[in-house]
Write a protein that binds this ligand. Structure first.
Ligand code: SF4
Length: 232
């Protein structure tokens, strides 16, 4: 699977750089996993954080670099440290032991290849809590297809309807087309949200949308798309 990093096309930037020999593309990631933080996060949506917290892993760097990012040091400046696939698997297991309701992979797109390997190891050692893929949605559909069977909950942003806005604020071309194709694939895999007896999410898609000041039509267009495409 590492071969996918030889000509990286994990996201729609399609940089085609060889990350195995140290080349970097738009996201600045090599073949090494880099994370900024792993912790029990208590401030996601209540159905994700619950009482114990969500076992969150913040991956360093990003394939979008939005100018309004709240994690600027992690996403733009690459703050973090390198870990191995085995160490990532152990982090997942440690979060479960600490009582996390789920594993929450934040900005995982650039590391999908290594995350799948880590999940295989962790699941063989007893990882059983839901796995959440928390993404900006600037994804190639083939990348989401690789995750089929590994992810229980998709938590995609749907930021921009307008291509002008996605270029202006995230330097991303065709964001809406790529993001909606990816979200349709996510929905095909896991469907609408399902919750356990305590109200915690077990499975499904939750779309997040940030309202941009002065761009209410952007939000209206996105809500219209969600209503038309994300039916139970
Ligand atoms: S994951 Fe990074 S290197 Fe790969 S295509 Fe996207 S931006 Fe480029």
């Amino acid at each position: 699977m590492n071969k996918l990093l030889e000509q990286c096309k994990l996201c729609p930037h399609n940089c085609k750089v060889n990350r195995l020999n140290g080349q970097i593309g738009r996201c600045k990631c090599t073949d090494k996993i880099q994370i900024a933080l792993a912790s029990l996060h208590k401030f996601e949506e209540p159905c994700i954080s619950g009482t114990n917290g969500s076992g969150t892993v913040f991956f360093s760097n990003c394939n979008l670099n939005c100018i309004f990012c709240q994690n600027y040091e992690i996403s733009h400046l690459g703050k973090g440290h390198e870990i191995t696939v085995d160490e990532l698997a152990n982090i997942f297991l440690e979060q479960q032991e600490k009582g996390a309701h789920n594993i929450n992979l934040v900005t995982p797109t650039m590391y999908v290849v290594q995350i799948i390997e880590a999940l295989k190891i962790a699941k063989s050692k007893g990882l059983s809590i839901p796995i959440i893929y928390n993404t900006n949605s600037f994804e190639n559909i083939e990348t989401i297809q690789m995750l089929d069977g590994y992810i229980d909950v998709y938590l995609p942003d749907l930021k921009y309807y307008s291509n002008d806005l996605s270029k202006k604020y995230s330097k991303a071309n065709n964001y809406f087309e790529n993001a909606t194709n990816a979200i349709k694939e996510m929905y095909k895999q896991v469907g609408s949200p399902e919750f356990d007896e305590n109200g915690m999410i077990k499975k499904g898609v939750i779309i997040r949308h940030l309202i941009l000041p002065n761009y209410i039509q952007n939000t209206k267009n996105i809500l219209k798309w969600i209503k038309e495409n994300m039916r139970r």
